[in-house]
Ligand binder design. Structure first.
Ligand code: FAD
Length: 473
């Protein structure tokens, strides 16, 4: 029998590594098992988020956005430059360097906090034991008073478009293109599809997004979603709603996609196809047969509000349990679970988890849409403010979009904030904090905002809830 720990965490994504670090900070003897290997075969901490998710996608979004600014917007600002072009290999190398720095940084954080890193595949085998099979196939068994499963998720594949090396890819493959495809198909107009579609659209690909649903971004307030769709269309993204993909055929270097829309059977040919139809929990091999950790019909590990599974002492967090598949949600659950294991009281406020789509303009939201509230029988009042009326937005050459506050008509309590605009992902924190503190729209309206800032649009939207925005007729 090898070491005994207070806590063993399986998976070192933003859920697991945060749980392990927090547990160690609270004085617990913590270990974290990770099986992800980089191209050199070395363990890579950070999970989907750092290796093939949040961070590499944002590195490409930032580079491609700056490219578009230099190409299309500098002239407007009076900047005289020559023709700009994108060196895709260099952009990718920068992305890889950022990923390497960050994943290496987690190993450093483990050392600094006294978390034992166990490299290999972890499995909960019962009796509070975890079996770890290392990269050479050797197996060791560890004991722990508490076990946290943070095994994450993987992309969903669909039968009509089986992944085909270099041609039909998932989100991971779309972060590795060596050159800009001429014609790019994206299946799925969700967060990841729109972000990856934007990267390659900005770099010159003809991008078509095929989305089975008729509604665009149904989780976002309708007026904000409409504005987003308009902006992406203006940028040249062809988003086809109600387009159900039924099949595909690889013909040499091309892929022909068949789909059905309101006009019947259609066909389109692409040089690359990205399948972004969602992610599913990854629990393969994490729980040994005979261990009674329950899964729901969709494969998520069943947990209560505080991430306890059906087996006492075993917790599960992040993408492998219910709730939004977001890095910060996974991390908050990691902190909560570590606190609970250490004997503290802790909870996550699932009503105040922000979401961001890092397109340009960014889309960010927290809480209910106007429609959600109405569907729940809540009478609402709303206030919206367009960035077109913001001095800072004009100075920034970023007048697209608006901010909308949704408040309870009776109590004035803020129920949601939805924004499309430059830096919406930063501004949304105001809505999150307001909702955490149970603020009213008036609280935001009476708060002093720095001028000139994009955030003033949130202030004005809050003022507009009672019909009194200052800079809007
Ligand atoms: P993961 O990050 O998936 O980590 C799970 C880890 O567990 C992995 O490292 C895996 O190797 C390991 N593991 C699994 N089983 C075992 C085992 N048996 N033994 C040992 N290790 C194991 N979210 C955001 O909030 N913002 C974004 O901007 C964002 N952008 C994204 C962009 C893309 C392209 C993608 C794909 C995702 C993005 N996400 C984003 C989602 C985000 O990456 C996930 O929500 C987040 O990584 C979930 O964290 P997690 O810790 O639950 O799981």
């Amino acid at each position: 029998m090898a070491d005994k720990f207070d806590v063993i965490v399986i998976g070192a994504g933003p859920g697991g590594y945060v749980a392990a670090i927090r547990a160690a900070q609270l004085g617990l003897k913590a270990a974290c098992v990770e099986k992800w290997q980089d191209k050199q075969g070395k363990v890579a901490h950070g999970g989907t988020c750092l290796n093939v998710g949040c961070i590499p996608s944002k590195a490409l979004l930032e580079a491609s956005h700056k490219f578009v600014e230099a190409r299309d917007d500098f002239d407007e600002l009076g900047i005289v430059g020559g023709d700009v072009s994108m060196d895709v290999k260099k952009m990718m190398a920068r992305k890889d360097k950022i990923v390497k720095n960050l994943t290496g940084g987690i190993s450093g954080l483990f050392k600094a906090n006294g978390v034992t890193a166990l490299n290999g595949t972890g499995k909960v085998i019962g009796n509070k034991q975890v079996e770890v099979t290392d990269f050479d196939g050797k197996t060791a068994t560890y004991e722990a008073d508490s076990i946290v499963v943070a095994a994450g998720s993987v992309p969903v594949e669909i039968p009509p478009t089986p992944l085909t090396e270099g041609l039909i890819v998932d989100s991971t493959g779309a972060l590795e293109f060596e050159e800009t495809p001429k014609r790019l198909g994206v299946i799925g107009a969700g967060v990841i599809g729109l972000e990856l579609g934007s990267v390659w659209n900005r770099l010159g690909a003809d991008v078509t997004v095929l989305e089975a649903m008729n509604d665009f971004l149904p989780m976002v307030d309708a007026s904000i979603a409409k504005e987003t769709q308009k902006q992406l269309k203006k940028q040249g993204m062809d988003i086809k709603l109600g387009a159900k993909v039924s099949g595909s055929e690889v013909k040499g270097e091309e892929v022909v996609v068949k789909y059905e829309d309101a006009d019947g059977e259609q066909e389109m040919t692409f040089d690359k196809l990205i399948v972004c139809v969602g992610r599913k929990p990854y629990t393969k091999g994490v729980i040994a047969d005979g261990v009674d950790v329950e899964l729901d019909p969709r494969g998520f590990i069943t947990v209560d509000d505080q991430c306890r599974t059906s087996v006492p002492g075993v917790y599960a967090i992040g993408d492998c349990v219910r709730g939004p598949m977001l890095a910060h949600k996974a991390s908050e659950e990691g902190i909560m679970v570590a606190d609970i294991i250490a004997g503290h009281k802790a909870e996550v406020n699932y009503d105040a988890i922000p979401s961001v789509i890092y397109t340009a303009p960014e889309v960010a939201w927290v809480g209910m849409t106007e429609q959600n509230a109405k569907d729940q029988g809540i009478e609402v009042k709303t206030g919206a403010f367009p960035f077109a009326a913001s001095g800072r937005a004009m100075a920034n050459n970023a007048t697209e979009g608006s901010a909308k506050v949704i408040a309870d008509a009776k109590t004035d309590r803020i129920l949601g904030l939805h924004i499309v605009g430059q830096h919406a992902g930063e501004m949304i924190a105001q809505g999150v904090i307001a909702m955490e503190f149970g603020s009213s729209a008036e609280d935001l309206a009476l708060t002093c905002y720095a001028h000139p800032t994009m955030s003033e649009a949130v202030h004005e939207a809050a003022l507009a809830v009672d019909g009194h925005a200052i800079h809007m007729a």
